[in-house]
Design a protein around this ligand. Sequence first.
Ligand SMILES: C[S@@+](CC[C@H](N)C(=O)[O-])C[C@H]1O[C@@H](n2cnc3c(N)ncnc32)[C@H](O)[C@@H]1O
Length: 197
Amino acid sequence: MYQSAYVYDFFMRVVYRKFFEKRYKAVAEFIGKGKKVLDLGCGTCLLHRFLDKTCHYTGWDLNEKFLSLNSHLNVMKKNILDYKNYPETDVIVISDVLHHIFPNHTNLLKNAINKAKKVIVMEPHSIVKTTNNTLHKLAYKIFDSLLGDDDGINGFHDRLDWFKMKKQGVYSFFKSMNPVVIREVGPDYLAVFEKEN
Ligand SMILES: C[S@@+](CC[C@H](N)C(=O)[O-])C[C@H]1O[C@@H](n2cnc3c(N)ncnc32)[C@H](O)[C@@H]1O
């Protein structure tokens, strides 16, 4: 799925159906107008389509195929764990990314909150169901590498460990980081964090 931006966008629509647009619109509403936005792990820049046109968008990702499709935007090939080089920004968005970079999710979120006035995280809580059944795990590994979350950057077992947290674990993680907002948008949690002055 991460080999082609078109395949990725198609599968996002299939997986999220009526929530496909709702989730980016919800993020865009929390951003508002006239803001500098840093989209970490921007993928195919789906968020950009829903942003108010007065916002200034910057996207970071390591997937060259995704980035090249959006070369007309302000996108850069950068590792999102390179915290010290984040540009000055009003809002950082981390959409559908935490399960990719587990176990670095806490550090990523802490650094983002430290850098921007507002951080908005959108993360699925119940797209992937895990079991201890060996056959099920094998089938999921094959699916993951063909049509799932294998981004060619991060490891399968780390991703699986994130999904083992299940819905309650994902909620508890967000709560532990003191969000000002946490709400469900279909199969995702949307959490908003603000820097304490
Ligand atoms: C599921 S996609 C989410 C894309 C986009 N944020 C969205 O909501 O549609 C996860 C993205 O994170 C990117 N990614 C994963 N680890 C990364 C890292 N260490 N640095 C930069 N990008 C990374 C992948 O290349 C992929 O494009």
